[in-house]
Design a protein around this ligand. Structure first.
Ligand code: ADP
Ligand code: MG
Length: 267
């Protein structure tokens, strides 16, 4: 069996990922059971560039409000600098990585997001995974920037968690979020603890009670959405531990596993 493993690398952890982490992606592919696909964000690098150019931005529910001016910077940084850095790091570890964005080969078809206050923030209306599966079948590791366009050619800023969830759903693949935290953290007995697993219903109440906030909101919502659309398993793991991906593919319990409540009822 050959399964797709969508690995979403968060911008938050980008600077801290080591050569050993990139090597683990190459190792997983070389072992042959899994076909890795990388989707990446780049929040901090985008913020730095916007600051340098003195362009103001703000966030709304963990998503960046995107004017036309902001969109240009987001695309330059994500589909340019960040994408090529990641490709270079995987190639440096011996993997054959190819960079692309949602625009290429019409991988993602975008539509404006439901919230008009977000500007050019898009949602993914449909996925054509052919470009990605062709690359995987030829032994390449696709590295995807989430920027996408609609049928008219308008580009949109798309949250990388949502893009990762969309490609994982289209390929019936597993989804692994690499972030700068060991998983979903909650306070227990006065200490922050990582939840080993959490259901969609628990997530809804954690968000309502503000125990999950900022960038963790789009991540968990994308996770739940993907589970409802054919993704068999979603985990959030810490990129600081270079072994996390290998451990995960070997069946170890890592980070936080997200599941649907109805799954538990049928188990
Ligand atoms: N309950 C929570 N558990 C863990 N992280 C949380 C939680 N609530 C909010 N966060 C924040 O979410 C961040 C991860 O989201 P984000 O910064 O968007 O990372 P990424 O770049 O991986 O998408 C964490 O660094 C943390 O600050
Ligand atoms: Mg994020």
């Amino acid at each position: 069996m050959n399964h797709y493993l969508v690995i979403k690398c968060g911008g938050s952890v980008f600077d801290k990922l080591t050569a050993a982490f990139y090597k683990s992606i190459q190792t997983i592919q070389a072992e042959g059971t899994w076909k890795p696909i990388i989707v990446h964000g780049g929040g901090p690098a985008i913020s730095q560039m916007l600051e340098k150019l003195q362009i103001q931005t703000s966030f709304h529910n963990g998503l960046r409000v995107t004017t036309k001016e902001v969109l240009e910077v987001v695309e330059t940084v994500l589909s340019g600098t960040m994408n090529k850095q990641l490709v270079a790091s995987i190639c440096g570890a011996g993997g054959k990585a190819v960079g692309l964005s949602g625009v290429d080969g019409h991988l993602f078809m975008a539509a404006p997001s439901a919230d008009p206050d977000l500007g050019f923030v898009g949602a993914i209306a449909s996925v054509d995974p052919k470009i990605v599966t062709s690359l995987c079948n030829k032994g390449y590791i696709p590295v995807i920037s989430p920027i996408s366009m609609d049928r008219k050619g308008q580009h949109y800023n798309i949250n990388a968690d949502q893009a990762a969830a969309a490609i994982a759903s289209a390929l019936n693949g597993r989804l692994c979020f690499i972030s700068d935290v060991p998983g979903i953290l909650v306070e227990q007995d006065g200490k922050m603890q990582t939840l080993a697993q959490v259901s969609d219903q628990e997530i809804a109440s954690l968000i309502e009670n503000k125990k999950i906030s900022g960038g963790m909101i789009p991540k968990v919502l994308a996770a739940v959405d993907s589970l409802r659309r054919r993704v068999p398993e979603v985990v959030i793991v810490n990129g600081m531990n270079p072994e996390c991906l290998i451990d995960y593919t070997k069946g170890a319990q890592v980070g936080t596993r997200i599941f649907l409540e109805q799954e538990a009822l049928h188990a």
